[in-house]
Design a protein around this ligand. Structure first.
Ligand SMILES: [Zn+2]
Length: 287
């Protein structure tokens, strides 16, 4: 986002039921009516994305459902942007302001779940939607369509762009979309995430660095020959123990997570290889 200073707004798009008691402007009333008009389609879309539950970069059904809905509502859709088959941009209107809305739709591995409050997989071991990206992409697109209708009716002027952003649970598709300059012409970019409360907020995301640490040792039989082994998993454990002691001495804004990706394969061999995925975050990249 080179020449603009986009404001990242976290916008929770509640339906009108929550809002009847408040004083709302005519524009907002019109917007809410356009959201209400889409309610059935929104629920169907969300349920379909929930059932498809596709993980990072494999969201072909989810992405296509949203892209098709955008086209059916008069948007021009560019699929496969920034080199990602499931990324797309849907645009309508012309001129300024250029309003962007982000929509995510990928699932998480291993948390397949029926639509009920107790744990019950829809498909054992399959992926599922844990934090509501089935709602995220759907409601964002519903908001974009509502804005499009207001541009069409002449209530608003400008351009509305919906960004279908893949792989947000794992690889962050938006990074490639930023690098491809897809957000450069935006005046404002809005985003939301499912939450336990209905509220608007202005909040920045955290800067993030990922790295992989690999340890190499010497394999040996764990029972007959352990004194000749050099355990790569011991090294990994010492490293993660160090990270956890280090937590006391870092700023409260810092986050450190890690995932052991390889700690050896069997119990009776001293492993000669281990692998750790580490992620550090803070409010600013320098942190
Ligand atoms: Zn999420």
């Amino acid at each position: 986002m080179k020449n603009t200073k986009p404001i990242l707004l976290l916008l929770f798009l509640g339906f009108a039921g929550h809002l009847h008691a408040q004083k709302i402007s005519a524009d907002k009333k019109e917007l809410i009516a356009h959201l209400e008009d889409q309610q059935e389609e929104m629920i169907t879309l969300s349920d379909s994305i929930w059932a498809a539950a596709e993980v990072a970069f494999e969201e072909s059904t989810s992405s296509e459902l949203l892209a098709t809905y955008a086209e059916a509502n008069g948007f021009k859709v560019e699929r496969g942007v920034a080199g990602m088959p499931t990324a797309f941009v849907a645009s309508y209107g012309s001129g300024k302001p250029v309003i962007g809305i982000l929509g995510e739709f990928d699932a998480l591995p291993g948390i397949s779940q029926k639509a009920q409050p107790t744990k019950a997989p829809l498909h054992e071991g399959a992926a599922g939607h844990g934090c509501g990206h089935n709602l995220f992409g759907t409601a964002s697109l519903g908001a974009a369509v509502a804005i499009k209708k207001m541009i069409e009716e002449g209530t608003l002027k400008g351009t509305i762009k919906f960004y279908g952003t893949p792989a947000e649970e794992k690889y962050f598709g938006k990074i490639w979309m930023v690098e491809a300059g897809l957000f450069d012409d935006l005046d404002v970019c809005m985003d939301w995430h499912p939450s336990a409360s209905t509220k608007a907020d202005v909040q920045s995301s955290l800067a993030l660095v990922d790295f992989i640490v690999e340890f190499n040792g010497q394999a040996a039989h764990a029972s007959s020959d352990p004194w000749n082994g050099r355990s790569a998993s011991d090294a990994l454990e010492l490293y993660t123990t160090g990270i956890n002691y280090y937590r006391e001495h870092i700023k409260p804004t810092v986050r450190i997570h890690y995932h052991i990706q390889d700690g050896g394969q069997v119990v009776n061999v001293v492993p000669d290889y281990s692998k750790l995925w580490v992620r550090v975050r803070d409010t600013k990249r320098e942190g």
